[in-house]
Design a protein around this ligand. Structure first.
Ligand code: PLP
Length: 444
């Protein structure tokens, strides 16, 4: 057995930022030395069943030989090369697969380096498109409250205006247009007035609106809210009526998470611009993509610059494309529908007893997403430790104790996760809102 190099926690605490944390009052971090299947191994040898898929990305589990082999062989031939003036097999392969699996109207792929960048790219595309259509006044983005689209500035500007980082950064964040979040729950017919505010805003402001951006069916980091497919269908119709593009952010929902390959399929609609990321590479390495229609691409070509103004250094990174290509092969060949349906059924049965717990506000399940919403914000650090003690990896945020396990999780492993969730939720009987619980919208 190879000896494990001890983790230098002190160095980590003193010098390395972790997501959404303080550098002066660092929260504890657990040392992970390896991961395989649906388990993480800590430096003390303890194994934890993973309920997070590493922030919703690692859908096939860790160290999957098919993805590892694809990455290893790509490394040996071409790890990276600039994408300006160059192309390569991995970018072409992954783009072909993406176009084949998404709606027929989407024909162009921009390979971005992260989800936030895919959103920036989508917003830029929408703005440039309208320049090319001689409507340069269409520059604002309309969205719904409780959204989350990433941490870069344009992405932040369309995150929830209260829970997001708007107040923190003031005027540096572009003022976008917001209406109330969808209220009709998933699986229910549209409540008659649910889109009134959206219609009103479009009626009044459509001449200045370039696009509507929304997370289809599930608002993730903004509250794990599942809403009606009818809402999405009606929103598509409204965008057409008012000549506004529809950007769907499938970064969290794409590749099967909600029970359909893409969440927009619940509503049988098409996006003008589609963002994907996270599970695109199976969670092995960062890559995202923004897809658009011929019409959007043509509009951009007709804009004064004639070219699309974005091109990061690591655009189309071959190693990331090879991982994504392998992950998409697994999506094509694994029976993810059956896996997600099984996870959904099991979570529905096993999480429902949580409804009777005193601290619990609601329990909901959709696809491979299981959520216990508490009345009050929880203490993330405390709960995280409690979960580790129970042998599972679950990272609650705000008032949500949730899991999004890898699709390959076994029934036994999933039961361990759900029973840990019940056990931890049952310990919360009073408000635990403390300094440790930043309520900002993030998956932190
Ligand atoms: N969009 C959605 C819906 C997300 O859930 C996230 C991340 O959680 C992002 C965008 C940002 O992606 P990334 O963290 O890769 O920048």
């Amino acid at each position: 057995m190879t000896a494990i190099t001890p983790i230098d926690y002190e160095f980590d605490r003193q010098h390395i930022w972790h997501p959404y944390t303080s550098m002066t009052h660092a929260l504890p971090a657990f040392g992970v030395v390896s991961a395989d299947g649906c388990e993480l191994t800590l430096d003390n040898g303890k194994r934890l069943i993973d309920g997070t898929s590493s922030w919703w990305a690692c859908v096939h589990g860790y160290s999957h030989p098919y993805i590892v082999n694809a990455m290893q062989s790509q490394l040996q031939t071409l790890s990276h090369v600039m994408f300006g003036g160059v192309t390569h097999h991995p970018a072409i392969e992954v783009s072909k697969k993406l176009l084949a699996m998404t709606s027929a109207n989407l024909t162009k792929v921009f390979l971005a380096d992260s989800g936030s960048i895919a959103v920036e790219v989508a917003m830029k595309m929408a703005l440039q498109y309208w320049q090319g259509r001689q409507q340069p006044n269409k520059q604002r983005i309309l969205t719904v409250k409780h959204g989350y689209h990433g941490d870069t500035f344009a992405a932040m500007s369309v995150c929830d205006p209260e829970g997001g980082m708007h107040t923190m950064f003031g005027d540096a964040v572009t003022k976008q247009l917001f209406v109330d979040a969808p209220q009709t729950p998933f699986g229910e017919p549209l409540q008659p007035d649910d889109l009134n505010a959206m219609r009103q805003m479009l009626t009044n402001q459509h001449e200045s609106i370039a696009a509507v951006i929304i997370e289809p069916i599930m608002q993730g980091a903004g509250g794990m809210r599942f809403y009606s497919a009818d809402y999405l269908k009606a929103l598509r119709a409204l965008c057409d009526e008012f000549n506004v593009l529809l950007i769907l952010d499938e970064i969290a929902t794409g590749f099967g998470r909600t029970g359909k390959l893409f969440a927009y399929e619940h509503a049988s609609i098409e996006a003008d611009i589609l963002c994907v990321g996270k599970a695109l590479t199976g969670g092995y390495i960062s890559l995202a993509a923004t897809l658009c229609s011929d019409e959007v691409a043509q509009g951009i070509s007709d804009s004064p610059s004639g070219v699309f103004m974005h091109g990061p250094t690591f655009m189309g990174n071959p190693l990331a494309c090879a991982a994504a290509s392998a992950s998409l092969d697994l999506i094509a060949t694994n029976d993810w529908q059956a896996q997600v349906a099984q996870i959904e059924a099991q979570m529905t049965t096993e999480l429902s007893p949580a409804t009777s717990l005193v601290g619990v506000k609601s329990v909901r399940v959709l696809g491979a997403v299981g959520v216990i919403e508490m009345h009050q914000a929880v203490n993330t650090a405390q709960l995280q430790q409690a979960f580790v003690d129970l042998g599972v990896w679950v990272r609650p945020f705000a008032n949500l104790i949730y899991i999004m396990p890898p699709y390959s999780i076994s029934a036994t492993q999933l039961s361990q996760l759900t029973s840990a969730m019940l056990s931890v939720a049952s310990t919360i009987t009073a408000p635990t809102n403390t300094e440790a619980n930043k309520q900002f919208i993030s998956h932190g």
